[in-house]
Design a protein around this ligand. Structure first.
Ligand code: HEM
Length: 434
């Protein structure tokens, strides 16, 4: 930890334009004030100008994930240590308001992902500061901010809210109910999602908070969830992270650097979806509570049979190496499958054709007051090109057969279409909102 801090310190000192410097630089009148006075289009130009200057700087910190690109960051990006996930309800009633919201968000997100405040120097004592301040002096911490829209943005209570109905993708519909679902309204759905991931929890929270603040009068929070993984700093061997049941989680996953795999299973391609979503994807979120106290009273053998993998190594049962292909045909002396027929990995794998990119985080939200046990689990996040032919059949199988169901319950659920990435001068959502 101490090393990471000093590491960050060095990077911070190397930054030509740090959050603090930009606060000074924004003394030109305050970015927030400029947004109000000139409209987001001009702000985009202004920020573009600043961004170009920053691009020219050879000394940008190396914990900055590029904001611009063909795809939004935060999907193929190596999972950061923390997530702050927010699902929003839109209160604005015009498409223009929606458009200007995304324009302002684009400006703010492009700044925050570079480790800069969303605007305004602390020069005007008569108005609240634009940036909430808790990330001042902190590096970008690999912050990524990923935006998407849910089915209810297009049609709600039968109403075509923003004249976007004809653009709603066939795949962007509420997930079907699955057996054993125990969903709560307060953890389900949403018009817009913001996934803020960073290697620092305060940087991730700051990003979501400031975007929510910008949304005032146009959108409100529907639900939010913070999540974590082990930090990379604590994991010298860079192993696969473990979930709260103590098992390596993420072993058999899509290889994000394999473009062929990503194009086949994650990114929406021209012929698969509406043109506005090309190079975007679909995100499925499930808030899954894990009964960790029950799990902790379960024998190691039972735990390993539940997942179909060894806890220590992460290898498939009866095998030695974590990344070995599962030998699903192998039987023991009693004639039973070594990887049990109801084990999570076997059922999730199915015939091996359905593939999703899992990017989950653990959560721990204190105590469940009803039971006195820990309220903890998994914020399951998966990205896929076609929910109807990947996640949905997979979850259908899992919800019926998976032995893991004895220890988990699905409390929340949502689906979002994740916009493609943008070039400088464009704004997130432009392909949909025009
Ligand atoms: C609390 C809930 C869950 C936990 C704790 C969990 C944990 C795990 C673990 C430990 C593995 C084995 C290691 C690995 O390959 O990453 C695994 C594999 C997998 N899980 Fe889950 N999982 C959960 C929910 C889900 C859900 C809801 C889905 C999708 C509907 C899913 C899909 C998969 C897939 C596709 C694999 C890889 C199977 C393979 O090809 O070997 N998991 N999960």
């Amino acid at each position: 930890m101490a090393d990471y801090q000093s590491d960050k310190q060095t990077k911070r000192e190397g930054n030509a334009i740090s959050r603090r410097n930009l606060l000074k630089l924004a003394g030109v009148g305050g970015l927030g004030v400029i947004i109000g006075a000139t409209g987001a289009g001009s702000v985009l130009n202004l920020v573009e100008g600043e961004a170009k200057k920053m691009d020219a700087s050879p000394s940008l910190g190396n914990d900055i994930v590029p904001f611009y690109g063909k795809h939004q960051a935060g999907i193929a990006t190596e999972a950061q240590n923390h997530v702050y996930f927010a699902s929003l309800e839109v209160t604005a009633s015009s498409l223009d308001d929606l458009k200007s919201l995304f324009q302002e968000w684009t400006v703010a997100a492009s700044l925050m992902t570079q480790g800069q405040p969303v605007g305004e120097a602390l020069t005007n004592g008569y108005v609240p500061p634009k940036d909430t301040g808790e990330a001042e002096g902190l590096s970008a911490a690999n912050l990524t901010i990923t935006f998407g829209v849910g089915p209810s943005l297009f049609v709600k209570d039968g109403k075509d809210r923003f004249g976007l109905k004809s653009k709603q993708p066939k795949e962007l519909v509420d997930l079907p109910p699955f057996p054993l679902d125990a969903l709560k309204e307060e953890w389900t759905g949403g018009d817009i999602c913001i996934q803020a991931c960073a290697d620092d929890p305060q940087v991730a929270f700051h990003a979501a908070r400031n975007l929510l603040r910008i949304a005032r009068g146009k959108a409100i929070l529907h639900w939010a969830q913070a999540g974590f993984q082990r930090t990379k700093q604590a994991d010298a061997n860079k192993e696969t992270p473990r979930n709260l049941f103590g098992f390596k989680d993420g072993t058999a996953n899509i290889n994000v650097v394999d473009d062929k795999e990503m194009n086949k299973h994650v990114w929406v391609q021209g012929e698969d979806g509406p043109a506005w979503l090309t190079n975007g994807t679909y995100l499925i979120v499930r808030k899954i509570q894990m009964y960790i106290e029950v799990w902790d009273r379960t024998t190691l053998r039972e735990q390993e049979n539940t997942f179909g993998r060894h806890r220590a190594s992460g290898a498939p049962l009866g095998q030695e190496k974590e990344h070995e292909k599962m030998d699903l045909a192998r039987k023991n002396e009693q004639g039973d499958y070594v990887i049990p027929e109801d084990s999570h990995a076997r059922i999730a794998f199915g015939d091996g054709k359905q593939k999703i990119l899992r990017r989950p985080y653990s959560y721990a939200d204190g105590m469940d007051p009803k039971t006195g046990s820990l309220d903890a689990g998994l914020l399951f996040l998966s990205f896929q090109q076609s929910p109807s032919t990947s996640f949905i059949p997979m979850q259908e199988r899992l919800s019926r057969i998976d032995k893991l169901n004895e220890y988990t319950v699905h409390r929340g659920s949502a689906i979002f279409a994740i916009f493609p990435g943008i070039k400088k001068g464009e704004y997130i959502g432009q392909t949909l909102f025009g």
